[in-house]
Write a protein that binds this ligand. Structure first.
Ligand code: OSB
Ligand code: MG
Length: 368
């Protein structure tokens, strides 16, 4: 396959509900959408970088620059057998995984469409239906949090993750546990604690959580090893896992017992598949995280979640939880059992609504 043209677009959409984490609050999303045109077929990808460098060092702006000035010159008019070969061509660029993942995933969509098969089949997926959980942001009051959880459970979601930070941790978890004694519950701290806080985090163990996600430094594997030694609850790493090498280090050194996989954070399907296989061989469950994606990134998350070792409910939820109107047709819907039925149409299996995407575009650049 050869890519003749890439179109970068920045679309803007307000979230249905503002989303607050320990690192900040998002009300309006800016999303970089990549359209890669290859021999008459468009493949679509989404860059999951945030508006600011608070979840990871990348932002929409840095990804745009890296895609245009550094990635595109490496891919332009070159012939690749597979999207993984294109990923290999980008290896000289250090980091910038979200920029790489955006275009690499678009190439997988295009490659599957060229073969006229669904992307999940091309990836070797095993699940026809994926299990969904929700990630609930930090709320002003515990009452508001309980009402939100109630609504999500009624919609069928199979597990509840709540965001925590110092001062908004033990009490909300305790109250939720009292209210919902049997639900699958977990927390995500987005690096809000330090190793010295371990006795405080230990108190969370009274509420039998499935896991504690990324409690410590975004790039600090060592402290997570020390923390996991002190906790019975599994630690799940998100921010810390940027590469297969980081995943191997974290697993072998005992920094985590579960991994949250995000296509953008690791740089695309090529590394995601390797990390998936590594985790499977070490009996480390993985699940698919979310980055408040538009339908395009969401469709990719669904394809990724079909892989065999995605054995826990992910953060991949219905379009309507995020957007009044999504940019794909059909929108992503969740069954009353809290699952998504994986479409069998070619590529990502959901059609980007080009008119709507154009109308939402605040910026557009054509790379040839
Ligand atoms: O840490 O998993 C995270 C959203 C933005 C940045 C980081 C994270 C999240 C979420 C939301 O938890 C997941 C979603 O619903 O898309
Ligand atoms: Mg997380």
């Amino acid at each position: 396959m050869k890519v003749q043209k890439v179109i970068l677009r920045e679309i803007r959409m307000p979230l249905v509900t503002p989303f607050e984490t320990s690192f900040g609050r998002v009300t309006d999303r800016r999303m970089l959408i990549v359209e890669a045109q290859s021999d008459g077929i468009s493949g679509w990808g989404e860059c999951v970088a945030g508006e600011g460098p608070y979840y990871s060092p990348e932002t929409v702006e840095t990804a745009w620059l890296i895609l245009r000035d550094f990635i595109w010159p490496l891919l332009k008019s070159r012939e690749f057998e597979t999207p993984s070969e294109a990923w290999g061509a980008m290896e000289t660029i250090r980091g910038h995984n979200m920029a790489k993942g955006a275009i690499e995933s678009a190439l997988w969509d295009a490659a599957a469409k060229h073969k006229n098969i669904s992307l999940w089949r091309m990836l070797g997926g095993a699940h026809r239906e994926i299990s969904c959980g929700v990630s609930i942001g930090i709320k002003e009051t515990v009452e508001e949090l309980i009402a939100t959880v109630e609504r999500e459970l009624a919609a069928g979601y199979q597990r509840i993750k709540i965001k925590i930070k110092p001062g908004k941790d033990i009490t909300p978890v305790e109250r939720l546990r009292l209210q919902f004694p049997r639900i699958r519950l977990m927390v995500d701290a987005n690096s809000a604690y330090r190793l010295e806080d371990w006795p405080h985090l230990k108190r969370l163990e009274a509420y039998y959580l499935m896991m504690i996600e990324q409690p410590l430094g975004w790039d600090d594997i060592f402290s997570h090893i020390e923390l996991q030694r002190r906790l019975d609850t599994p630690i799940c790493l998100d921010e810390c896992i940027h590469t297969e090498e980081h995943a191997r280090a974290a697993i072998e050194l005992g920094a985590c017992r579960i991994i949250n996989m995000k296509l953008g954070r690791v740089g695309g399907y090529t590394p995601a598949l390797r990390i998936h296989d590594l985790c499977r061989s070490r009996q480390i469950p993985v699940w698919c995280g979310g980055m408040l994606e538009s339908g395009i990134g969401r469709a990719h998350n669904i394809a990724l979640s079909t892989l065999e070792n995605f054995s826990l409910p992910g953060d991949v939820a219905a379009s309507r939880r995020y957007w009044v109107e999504d940019v794909i047709d059909p929108e992503v819907v969740v069954t009353p059992q809290g699952t998504i039925e994986v479409p069998d149409r070619p590529g990502i299996g959901y059609t980007p609504r080009i008119d709507r995407i154009e109308a939402l575009s605040a910026r557009k650049e054509i790379l040839t």
